[in-house]
Structures are given as structure tokens and as C-alpha cells.
Design a protein around this ligand. Structure first.
Ligand code: ATP
Ligand code: MG
Length: 410
């Protein structure tokens, strides 16, 4: 079941805001609604689903409705229209008591302003929310300590916030958000106040934490690089509407409209795209075939070399037409003439790292996954095409040109 499911979720600011719903449905713009009905669009009929364990990033310019959207999720802001389900329960219909419980048990929040209490120690700050929930002292201490350990601040529990660096203070904020072990963590520009290097560290740390905790995280940012780094899914907002939802790759490679395009046009793709994006199908021969068969395959497929694999697609090496001919003449097997010193990489290697690897070799780069299974092959031309923004084949594009070029060793 989805963690969160929103349909037509809307927030209008202004008097008697519900009267604006039919106007929105008629397609009134933000300007028109403000000028003629004195209503401000916060969020306009947002449809989205957040799956359990996802990092769902909400991105957009200032005023696009990010904070309003995230505050609708725990009803810190009352929706004007639409529906919102949390694990199938209708949040908009929760009683005040149920809503209080929902906020305490199920949701944690981390804000941009660390909002730490200066006169409370680190541990007292972290256990604040638990204290408010009325959890007994011993238990909340333990929960807070676990949370501090998670963010790497064990040993600092008795310090005061002003004794910590900005990054450490933000980690205290994170520990506080995590202390009650919520299902969902809402993070509104949580890292935006940090300087760039510390910010990057915090992003790494969040990703590492996430691999252990598997929380559902809703992360707001107006920074595209940050969104691309940490988002499983990115929702891009403009004037209260979600203009595109997709994976980072979707957003980069298939921008839904000119607005999204403008958002992404300055991205350095080489720092975002990976070998798996630029990969073509590798032409292979299994090791039980003889060199004559290999030569025939090369002729049929118009390539000058083949990757030699076992029946489970484990990569053993590369055989060129010359190697195969020699094997035929000297009555050798394929395994006797294999080149094993060939460049390989992992599917997640960034293209800018791949460039270096390719610079040193005339051979294409074999992409191998876990257990040395051959996934595909990357050639220079494909990397350049991917960086130029043309989506170079989905993995497994098997056009003859690709196949041919992929194995040309010249
Ligand atoms: N309490 C409010 N009363 C009236 N209008 C509001 C209120 N809160 C937000 N708005 C309006 O709703 C729109 C969305 O604001 P919101 O704060 O959600 O934007 P944001 O994307 O979080 O921006 P930022 O990046 O600056 O934080 C803006 O036009 C804003 O002026
Ligand atoms: Mg905001």
C-alpha cells in the first residue's frame, strides 16, 4: 500500500476559500484568481503517490507551494479540497485526537532553521518531542540516545547547541525528527542553510541513514543538484501545481515542458548520468562455442570482437576476430585466446568518471553488475550522445550500428 496518496489536494488562502475550487477546476491562473477573487493558490489540485521507503523530493522556485504542500501532509494546514490518504486512512477526516496521535507517532519534521532550544542540552533537544508526548523519562532518554547515535553525535549529548557547528546542529534537528521513529520524515529545506561542503556531507549521511532506516522521506529543496542526488522521485512545482513527477532521469531526459527544461538546462549531466544510461547491449559468445562459431557471430552481427561469457553471463574476457582466427589455425579453444585485461565498470559509475577510464583505452568499457555479470557495454560515442541530452537507447538497444561500433577495437 502506498504510504501517502493525494488526489486533487488543494490549498487556497483567503476568505471563504472553498468558493475558489470551481474556479480552479475551470483553469483559472494564479494571477487571475488573486486579482478577481482575492484568493492565493498555495497548492493546486495535486495528485501524487508516495511509496513506502521512498525519498520523495518536492522542488520548485520560491513561492511555488512546496512548504504549503508539505504542511498539508500533516494537516498543519487544512486542505481546501481534495483527498489525502495515509496508509489508506483519510487524513482530512481524522478527529482532533486521532490527528494528534498521527502527528506524534507517524510523522517527524525537520526544518531549515534548526530551531534548537539554546538552553537545553543536545539530548534534551532531541527528546523534546517525546517529552511533549508524555513518554517516561527513562524511555525517552533511550530513544533520544539511539537517535543521536544514528546521526553520529554520540558523545555530544550534554553539549549545548552553540557549542556545535552548523552541520552538527542540523544533525541534532535530524535526530529530533527521528527520535519517535516515525514512518514519514518531512524535511523542509533542511540543508539549505548549510554551506555547500557540509551540505553535501549531510546529503550523503541522509542517504546512508536511509539505507539503514528505510523511512519514507518527503524532502523539500529548491536546489536541483540536491534533488537529483537524493530523490527517488522528484515532483516539480510551479504556481502551486505539480508540473512533473518522475525519477531524476525522467526529469532530466524527458522534461514535460519548457519550465522543466529551463530548470534542468544547466545541469552537468556527467555528474548525474551513469554508465547504465549510456550502455548498449553487449554482443557475446558463450565459452562452450568454438572459435569458428565466434567468427561467424562476428560476421553476422557486424562486429570485430565479442565478449566471452559463461552460461550465467559472467564475463570472462574479450575475443577479437584476430584472436579467433588464430585459435582456428592453431586448433585452440576460445578460452585460450581470451583477452582478460579489458576495461570494466559498474552500472552506477558516473559518466565523468567513465571518461577517464575511456581515455586510457581503445576498447569499449564492459559494464558488469554484481557477481561479474555482464550488463552491457559503453562506447565513447554513446557517452557523448547521452551528455548531449539525446537519450541514447534504453538499456538493450540492439541496433546494428551500436553493436558494430561497440566492438570496433580500432
Ligand atoms: N499563510 C498564508 N497566507 C496567505 N498566503 C500564503 C500563506 N502561506 C503561503 N502563502 C502563499 O502560498 C504560495 C506558496 O507558498 P509556499 O510557502 O508554500 O512556497 P514555497 O515553495 O515553500 O516557497 P519558499 O521556497 O520561498 O519557501 C505563495 O504564493 C505564498 O505567498
Ligand atoms: Mg518554503
Amino acid at each position: 500500500m502506498a504510504m501517502i496518496e493525494a488526489k486533487g489536494l488543494t490549498k487556497l488562502f483567503g476568505q471563504d476559500a472553498k468558493r475558489g475550487m470551481p474556479l480552479l477546476k475551470q483553469g483559472w491562473t494564479k494571477e487571475k484568481l488573486l486579482a478577481e477573487a482575492k484568493l492565493t493558490i498555495g497548492v493546486n489540485q495535486a495528485d501524487f503517490t508516495i511509496e513506502e521507503g521512498q525519498i520523495f523530493v518536492i522542488m520548485g522556485l520560491s513561492g511555488s507551494g512546496k512548504s504549503t504542500l508539505v504542511r498539508l501532509l500533516n494537516r498543519l494546514i487544512e486542505p481546501t479540497g481534495g483527498t489525502l490518504l495515509f496508509q489508506g486512512q483519510d487524513v482530512t477526516k481524522m478527529s482532533p485526537e486521532k490527528l494528534r496521535q498521527f502527528r506524534r507517532k507517524n510523522i517527524g519534521m525537520v526544518f531549515q532553521k534548526f530551531a534548537l532550544f539554546p538552553h537545553r542540552t543536545v539530548i534534551q533537544n532531541v527528546e523534546y518531542g517525546l517529552e511533549v508526548q508524555g513518554i517516561a523519562k527513562k524511555e525517552r532518554r533511550e530513544m533520544a540516545m539511539r537517535s543521536l547515535e544514528l546521526v553520529g553525535l554520540k558523545g555530544w549529548e550534554n553539549s549545548y547547541p552553540d557549542q556545535l557547528s552548523g552541520g552538527m546542529q542540523q544533525r541534532v534537528g535530524l535526530a529530533r525528527g527521528l527520535a519517535s521513529d516515525p514512518d514519514i520524515l518531512l524535511m523542509d529545506e533542511a540543508f539549505s542553510a548549510l554551506d555547500p561542503l557540509i551540505r553535501k556531507d549531510m546529503q550523503d549521511e541522509l542517504l546512508e541513514l536511509q539505507s539503514k532506516m528505510k523511512k519514507t522521506i518527503v524532502f523539500i529543496t529548491h536546489d536541483l543538484d540536491e534533488a537529483l542526488r537524493i530523490g527517488d522521485v522528484i515532483a516539480l512545482m510551479k504556481d502551486g501545481s505539480i508540473v512533473q513527477i518522475g525519477t531524476p532521469e525522467d526529469i532530466l531526459m524527458q522534461p514535460a515542458n519548457r519550465y522543466v527544461e529551463r530548470f534542468v538546462e544547466d545541469v552537468d549531466l556527467s555528474k548525474v548520468l551513469t554508465a547504465s544510461h549510456a550502455m548498449d547491449k553487449a554482443e557475446t559468445v558463450t565459452t562452450d562455442r568454438g572459435p569458428r562459431v565466434a567468427l561467424q557471430f562476428m560476421r553476422d552481427r557486424g562486429v570485430s570482437s565479442l565478449y566471452v561469457v559463461d552460461k550465467s553471463m559472467h564475463l570472462l574476457g574479450l575475443v577479437s576476430a584476430e584472436d579467433a582466427s588464430r585459435a582456428v589455425k592453431e586448433n585452440l579453444k576460445l578460452v585460450d585466446v581470451l583477452q582478460t585485461d579489458i576495461p570494466t565498470t559498474h552500472p552506477d559509475t558516473l559518466l565523468n568518471e567513465l571518461f577517464e577510464l575511456m581515455g586510457n583505452s581503445r576498447l569499449p568499457v564492459a559494464v558488469i553488475g554484481d557477481n561479474r555479470r555482464l550488463k552491457g557495454v559503453v562506447i565513447k560515442g554513446a557517452v557523448l550522445a547521452a551528455l548531449a541530452g539525446g537519450s541514447n537507447g534504453d538499456n538493450g538497444d540492439n541496433s546494428p550500428q551500436n553493436g558494430g561500433a561497440a566492438h570496433g577495437t580500432a
